[in-house]
Design a protein around this ligand. Structure first.
Ligand code: SAM
Length: 285
């Protein structure tokens, strides 16, 4: 089968993430409690401080843009961009609830940023760039919109074997149906897991002082059922896989996922290790 065209990927992404926006709003508090440490790491790597103007790529329901808005304060500002308007509607509600008038959200594609050259003091992004069909183009756009001397900091998923909370769902589906071998270059959750890959793209785009580190953490769910329900309600790529199954196959996959997740029981919680690549770089000048 021919690979989808970039515009088909973008359109699919928009539809996928719009579909799960309600799930993200439902699970927002839980994921913020479990994943906020990644936002803090991005704020630090991008050297955010009072008064800066920041761009967040693929903000979804608002992170890390909302933490960045707190970091830069009333004298600074943050723009979050994303394809999915329903995700951004959630982000806007959260900004209002948090009393953050210095953050705005805008629909757009990270490979064609609607901003002038050298218009931002920092660029940040969490779990977006691996879904982009032309990632070098996104890297070039980051380099274009950064002011000389300013930083980009990006988080993407590391390898599947280090991220069982994502990988066990895919492994379970593979146990039940024959899936065609995934194209490692196709946009997807683990597309940027290889060390040095996105760092190399930033370097080619002209950035300097690049770091690429694997950051190990963990997160905890109250039960295997809570884990399974949240996975099905927020993980658009997993939903897409499940949609290809019959009802009987879905039940079998659910059973396999819950069985695999129960191996991560620690005390009263299901605690998964996670591994995230944190890549940062600076525009010369
Ligand atoms: C896994 S969500 C991450 C959302 C948020 N940054 C977070 O960490 O909670 C991925 C987001 O990337 C967005 N996205 C995917 N491809 C994009 C593109 N080409 N341009 C802008 N946003 C994109 C999706 O719409 C989705 O909201």
């Amino acid at each position: 089968m021919a690979a989808p065209l970039p515009e088909q990927v973008i359109d699919g992404q928009r539809q996928d993430w719009n579909r799960v926006a309600g799930g993200w709003e439902k699970w927002d508090r839980f994921f913020d409690e479990q994943m906020a440490f990644l936002n803090h790491r991005l704020v630090a790597d991008a050297r955010l401080r009072n008064g800066l103007r920041v761009l967040d790529l693929g903000s979804g329901t608002g992170y890390p843009a909302l933490l960045a808005a707190q970091a830069v304060g009333a004298n600074g500002s943050v723009v979050g961009i994303d394809l999915a308007e329903h995700m951004l509607a959630v982000a806007e509600r959260k900004a209002k609830q948090l009393g953050l008038p210095n953050v705005t959200f805008r629909v757009g594609d990270v490979t064609t940023l609607p901003f002038e050259a050298a218009s931002f003091d920092a660029v940040i992004s969490r779990f977006c760039l691996m879904f982009v069909p032309d990632i070098p183009k996104a890297a070039a756009e980051i380099a274009r919109v950064l002011k000389p001397g300013s930083w980009v900091a990006v988080a993407v998923w590391s390898a599947p074997e280090k991220n069982p909370s994502i990988a066990i769902s895919m492994a379970a589906v593979k146990q039940v149906i024959d899936l065609p071998a995934a194209d490692p270059m196709a946009p997807g959750i683990f597309r940027l897991a290889t060390p040095g890959e996105f760092a190399g793209m930033l370097e080619k785009a002209g950035l300097t002082d690049i770091t690429d580190q694997e950051f190990l953490g963990e997160w905890s769910y109250g039960s295997t059922d809570q884990y399974y329900t949240s996975l099905m309600e927020i993980a658009a790529p997993v939903q897409n896989l499940m949609a290809t199954l019959s009802e009987a196959q879905r039940l079998e996959v659910k059973h396999l996922i819950i069985k695999a997740a129960s191996q991560f029981q620690r005390g009263a919680h299901i605690t998964f290790p996670i591994a995230v690549r944190m890549i940062a770089g600076r525009k010369p000048g």
